[in-house]
Design a protein around this ligand. Structure first.
Ligand code: NAP
Length: 463
């Protein structure tokens, strides 16, 4: 078997590029190089690290169109979304270029006159990251930028479906002057590389974005060498529409969160929970709007919904739709497909399902497809109970103009990210991450650099 990954366009099945798979020896050498580079990079002063990150950000922006096109080709998302992701990815580099200068320590008053106490922060060491295919640029920069800002060196393994965006971003970092061994990528199957990363004595931290089962495995495997871990894992977001909500706004925001990236987003609304008195009108409005979404190749300028990433992803989405229908759901839109298994493309038309049983698979598991299952609720307590009845705790949304209802939802929903009348709460300036089995740690904002820093306490005595 050829030692290459075949990167294909999910909208057509066509081969885009072959990428060489790194051998175990090469990966271990890259880890050794990253470890050795750490001792130099940590000594580069924070203002210089900041300057290099700013330069990288500028060069990425100069190549925005090129990177957006690569992303659409390998991931399938509409070009407008890819452009948005380049901006989003760059915003993390910008944010952490600033935070590099703010990894403050502190002094603590001592309990005797003869002592002084100083607390300082230092980088954890070499960070090994594993990223998914759904946001190939942003999932990389929101790890790499805080790591480099903190003084860590960084190595990333992108998903086999979408290595090209990451590879280009790393090349552009070299153009900016970031040293080669400070930021590296390697390509291999995750099942192979996960073991190499977690066993390596050089790696001090694993930063992973991907599915919950793989995240659990990486946490277990990191235990032997007691590595730091950051885990951004799966979601199963509820979106609650209260009786008093502005329905047109709620519909528009539901479309924003649900159908972006063809529903292949960890924070996308997965369960639509609507008050029984408005469920008919909300469902009709949503279905009407969804039927107008244009499905197609992301390179066509009017495309709003691209393909599902691969056959496995399509099989899961199609099976969840059928299971919901078998358990009594009514199809208001979609349940249509444009699939060619030989050629290798899989389009699912935006789907709205009403009267979905809470026992249906789609209400229990992450979908990763453009399907909105709607259930109704009577009381706020019931809405919260449905919303929290999952091991996941990444994102939740609710729509209400009543401050008491909103405060109740905020206080009772067990999710790390909450949008109140807001279907798009992400950003480099806010802490992104999940509770329960959705993860450990946060990315973005001031919290996002913390996992790349150790605390060191110095006690000076005999003064
Ligand atoms: P996945 O199967 O877990 O893959 C993600 C990454 O993990 C890929 O690079 C993959 O490599 C690698 N991987 C696979 N098996 C591995 C192993 N045994 N050890 C180490 N790495 C391994 O996830 P996915 O289905 O592609 O991605 C979607 C998932 O990511 C969803 O669950 C989504 O919710 C989650 N996600 C979470 C966030 C967040 O911030 N919380 C953001 C985006 C996505 P290969 O390419 O070789 O398979």
């Amino acid at each position: 078997m050829a030692n290459v990954l075949k990167v294909t366009n999910p909208a057509t099945g066509e081969l885009i590029q072959e990428v060489r798979i790194n051998s175990e020896e090469e990966i271990n050498q890259a880890l050794k190089n990253g470890h050795e580079a750490f001792n130099k990079w940590r000594k580069v002063n924070a203002h210089e690290r900041s300057r290099l990150l700013q330069k990288w950000s500028g060069i990425v922006q100069d190549h925005k169109e090129e990177i957006a096109k690569i992303m659409t080709l390998e991931n399938g998302k509409p070009l407008a979304e890819s452009r948005g992701e380049v901006d989003y990815a760059t915003s993390y580099i910008d944010w952490y270029a600033e935070e590099a200068k703010r990894t403050y320590g502190r002094t603590i008053p001592a309990n005797t006159e003869s002592k002084r106490i100083i607390i300082s922060r230092q980088p954890v060491g070499l960070v090994a990251a594993i990223t998914p295919w759904n946001f190939p640029a942003a999932m990389m920069t929101r790890k790499a930028a805080p790591a480099l800002a903190a003084g860590c060196t960084f190595i990333v393994k992108p998903a086999v479906e979408t290595p090209l965006t990451t590879m280009r971003l790393v090349e552009l970092a070299y153009e900016a002057g970031i040293p080669k061994d400070v930021l590296q990528y390697v390509n291999a199957r995750g099942s192979v590389i996960g073991d190499i990363f977690t066993k390596s004595e050089y790696v001090r931290k694993i930063s992973f974005t991907g599915s919950t089962p793989i995240g659990k495995q990486l946490i277990k495997n990191s235990a032997d060498t007691v590595k730091h871990v950051t885990m951004e894992l799966g979601g199963h977001a509820p979106l609650i529409v209260a009786e008093d909500a502005d329905l047109d706004f709620a519909v528009q925001q539901t479309i924003l969160t649900k159908y972006r990236n063809a529903g292949q987003t960890c924070v996308c609304a997965n369960r639509i929970i609507v008050h029984e008195n408005i469920v008919d009108s909300f469902s009709e409005k949503l279905a009407e709007a969804v039927k107008k979404l244009k499905v197609g190749n992301g390179l066509e300028p009017d495309t709003q919904v691209g393909p599902i990433i691969n056959e496995k992803g399509y099989e899961k989405v199609a099976a969840q739709i059928q299971d919901a229908i078998d358990k009594g759901a009514e199809v208001l839109a979609g349940n249509q497909f444009n699939v060619n298994k030989e050629q290798g493309y899989f389009f699912v038309y935006p789907t709205v399902l009403k009267n979905v049983s809470t026992d249906a698979d789609i209400m229990q598991e992450e979908t990763f497809g453009p399907v909105a299952p709607i259930v109704s609720f009577k009381t706020l307590e019931e809405a919260v109970e449905i919303a929290n009845s999952t091991p996941y705790g990444l994102a939740a949304y609710f729509f209400t103009n009543d401050y008491r209802t909103g405060t109740y939802f905020h206080d009772h929903l067990d999710f790390g990210i909450i949008g109140w009348n807001d279907g798009g709460p992400s950003g480099a300036h806010v802490p992104f991450g999940g509770m329960k089995e959705s993860g450990l740690g946060r990315e973005g904002s001031i919290e996002g650099i913390e996992p790349y820093l150790e605390t060191k306490y110095l006690s000076i005595g005999n003064l």
